[in-house]
Design a protein around this ligand. Structure first.
Ligand code: PGA
Length: 246
């Protein structure tokens, strides 16, 4: 399985920042992993024009419906039309600041597939949940609720992002990451059966050039979802270069 390194620009980026996307292009033919950049929706069409297929693009969220009276929302079909191949759904910032539930996240994943997008479904526990020993149970519950039964390796990746490690500079230890990815793999097998074997499990949370190689070398880490360190091409390229070669 080729690893997937996806950059989540979050609510960052104006037109001038697309220079960072342009700067990724020369390295793409030699990349060992799949690469995707998820800029804000406002930049997607311009990003597609710059990427010219050399770098895959993604949205950061989508509405479950294809079209309609949903002021301010963006559908999966619109993302696809603007040039996206991926969409992140259920990011903890959406769950936290927009009150998204597991059921809504599952509907968004279905919308992604309907539009022909690869869904990156995010899960992960808060610091309080980890401290009280609930991390495994929370991720299990999120998989049961957010990952529709039609998920397989061709249409879905899971991103395990412990909330306390996002944007904080705190990374989970390699032992914690390996253990949680093992647990998540077990949950996927339980829910989806053998076809779940092809689903990549990405790690996210303060991945940076200094820790990418050790994280991406771990068993059953299928790639990384990178926030802050994806904003500068130099850092993002260093993470891409750390992907497993096989
Ligand atoms: P971070 O964000 O790399 O800045 O911690 C990761 C994410 O939220 O996807």
């Amino acid at each position: 399985m080729r690893q997937l390194v996806a950059g989540n620009w979050k609510m960052n980026g104006l037109g001038a920042d697309l220079a960072e996307l342009e700067a990724l292009k020369p390295a793409m033919p030699g990349a060992a992993c799949e690469v995707a950049v998820c800029p804000p929706a406002t930049l997607l069409a311009r990003a597609a024009w710059i990427a010219k297929g050399a770098v895959a693009l993604g949205g950061q969220d989508c509405h479950a419906e294809a079209a309609g009276a949903f002021t301010g929302d963006v559908s999966a079909e619109m993302l696809k039309d603007a040039g996206a191949a991926y969409v992140i759904v259920g990011h903890s910032e959406r769950r936290q600041y927009h009150g998204e539930t597991d059921a809504q996240v599952a509907a968004k994943a279905q919308a992604a597939w309907r539009a022909g997008l690869h869904a990156i479904i995010c899960i992960g526990e808060s610091e309080a949940q980890r401290d009280s020993g609930q991390a495994s149970e929370i991720c299990h519950r999120q998989i049961e609720g957010s990952v529709p039964l039609e998920a397989d390796g061709a249409n879905t990746a899971i991103a395990y992002e412990p909330i306390w490690a996002i944007g904080t500079g705190k990374t989970a230890t390699c032992d914690d990451i390996a253990a949680m990815h093992r647990h998540i793999r077990g949950c996927l097998v339980e829910r989806l059966g053998p076809k779940s074997a092809g689903i990549r499990i990405l790690y996210g949370g303060s991945v940076k050039p200094a820790n990418a190689a050790e994280i991406l070398a771990l068993d059953d880490v299928g790639g990384a979802l990178v926030g802050g360190a994806s904003l500068k091409a130099q850092d993002f390229l260093a993470i891409i270069a750390a992907a497993r070669k096989t």
